[in-house]
Design a protein around this ligand. Structure first.
Ligand SMILES: Cc1cc2nc3c(=O)[nH]c(=O)nc-3n(C[C@H](O)[C@H](O)[C@H](O)COP(=O)(O)OP(=O)(O)OC[C@H]3O[C@@H](n4cnc5c(N)ncnc54)[C@H](O)[C@@H]3O)c2cc1C
Length: 448
């Protein structure tokens, strides 16, 4: 160790990342009496689901990226209850719609599918029947190895693909749209509910409560600590080097008996050069897009009653407009109306480097296309958030590159959202994976 490094005399488990997955792993380990330390790069817990304090509203957070739960998200719902936050979880049934030919068409019920004007009556029936089939089919294994786009065209018809699903596949997966696994599409349709769950005051309450609970059980959550290296020592322990992200403090060396990394697989592989090359080749694979989100606080509603608008018309610089306050009461935000404009793009896309003012100037004319009355003076505040590795690209060969939890370095475990297939991500699936993984982890100390 070089002279300017500090040593953290921790033992037990190290958990890398304080998102839904890392915090749930740490909670379960702490609950069974094991020493656990979480290292997180960001100054706040929550990962991709983290919120920021909403100005002027005490104890209120807003997600950097729009978030809700489905009724099928049982592990997340159970955790929220366990943390004593059940009373905050509300289940409105907001309107979700597609922008087709300049008009927002709600498509969130069988009746609305049957009334979807841009399609012929026969195509509407085919769309409805295929959705019903995907809802009823319980085994995604039967669909394995097949690609979503041709299946949709064949089953629902060319026009349904062109107007409804094709634009959504392209906006989410770009150049990979034609290679996306049918199993992923099944999961997307199968598990969705019309009622959507939201933790009033923000999901950040869940992450703050997780941190409190971990600490109450004797664990530690070190925020603002970026992991820079993972090394297995000859004595079987792990040396983790972290660097405080604020200030100029020296790197810190931590010693752990076992490590669970919830960082994207690619990042863990790069931080752990001791992992064999063949393992790295197989799992340092595939693509993940970054997420880009503009949030506008408006002085009036933008597209009531629509909460979620998938932008299926071509040419728009964002793929979805999500008016959070057509879902959650605007009174929670002092009456302000909140509109997200989201994108998934390769991280090298110019949007990620673009100046925020330039981005807003680019987006405003398209907001006027959705609501011709829109004026930039409606915007009272704005935020722009960006995150790498936010949208795994779930192609048909993805499944062959999902890493196991156990790595060739005994004691180092991988757990991340690239392992929740056929889902592509979701707080629920990270929480479920954490609950299941901890049952497989050996005891490092004499816990109960
Ligand atoms: C735009 C968008 C919309 C979404 N909508 C929903 C939704 O409606 N409902 C839903 O349930 N889910 C949604 N999700 C998905 C959800 O946010 C994720 O599935 C979930 O938060 C993943 O949690 P995780 O802990 O597995 O990963 P992450 O949240 O990515 O956590 C990994 C953590 O590791 C940290 N980290 C990375 N590198 C380092 C390092 N070197 N050192 C230390 N720490 C590091 C990161 O900062 C992060 O906190 C959405 C995601 C996005 C991007």
């Amino acid at each position: 160790m070089s002279g300017d490094q500090r040593e953290d005399a921790s033992a037990g488990w190290g958990v890398l990342g304080a998102g839904a997955l890392g915090l749930t792993v740490a909670l379960r380990l702490a609950q069974r009496g094991e020493p656990v330390t979480v290292l997180e790069r960001e100054p706040a817990a929550g990962g991709l689901a983290a919120g920021f304090p909403f100005p002027g509203m005490p104890n209120t957070y807003l997600e950097k990226f729009y978030h809700h739960l489905f009724r099928s998200d049982r592990d997340a719902i159970a955790l929220i209850d366990e943390l004593g936050l059940g009373a905050r979880l509300v289940w409105p049934r907001p309107t979700t719609a597609c922008l087709v030919h300049g008009r927002a068409w709600p498509l969130d019920s069988a009746r609305r599918v049957l009334g979807f004007g841009p399609l012929s009556p026969l195509d509407r029936l085919r769309l409805g029947a295929a959705i019903a089939y995907l809802k009823l089919e319980r085994q995604h294994q039967r669909l394995e190895g097949r690609t979503a786009a041709p299946w949709i065209r064949r089953t629902m018809g060319r026009r349904v693909y062109d107007l409804v699903w094709g634009p959504q596949l392209v906006s989410k997966f770009g150049a990979y749209a034609q290679q996306i696994a049918l199993s992923w599409f099944w999961a997307r349709v199968h598990f969705r509910s019309q009622s959507l769950g939201y933790v009033r005051g923000g999901f950040q309450h869940v992450y703050a409560a997780l941190v409190r609970e971990i600490e109450r059980h004797g664990g530690r959550v070190l925020l603002g600590h970026e992991v820079r290296a993972i090394e297995k020592r000859p004595d079987g322990t792990f040396r983790i080097e972290s660097r405080p992200t604020a200030g100029t403090a020296a790197p810190i060396t931590h010693r752990f008996g076992g490590v669970v990394s919830t960082l994207p697989t690619r990042v863990t592989l790069r931080l752990t050069p001791q992992l064999p090359a063949a393992f790295a080749r197989q799992f340092d694979w595939g693509q993940a897009y970054g997420a880009h989100c503009v949030i506008l606080a408006l002085d009036r509603p933008f597209m009531p009653p629509v909460y979620w608008l998938s932008v299926n018309d071509p040419g728009y610089p964002f793929l979805a407009a999500v008016e959070h306050t057509n879902y959650v009461d605007p009174a929670d935000y002092g009456g302000r109306r909140l509109l997200y404009l989201g994108n998934y793009l390769p991280m090298e896309h110019p949007l990620f480097a673009q100046d925020d003012a330039e981005t807003l100037a680019q987006f405003y004319p398209y907001l006027k296309q959705i609501n011709p009355d829109f004026e930039p003076r409606w915007v009272q505040e704005q935020w722009v958030w960006k995150a790498p590795f936010a949208q795994p690209i779930v192609t048909t060969d993805f499944v062959q590159h999902i890493p196991p939890h156990e790595t060739p370095l005994p004691g180092l475990y991988l757990a991340n959202m690239f392992q929740v297939y056929p889902q592509d991500r979701g707080q629920n699936y990270s929480i479920r994976m954490a609950n299941r993984l901890v049952l497989r982890l050996p005891r490092l100390s004499g816990g109960q």
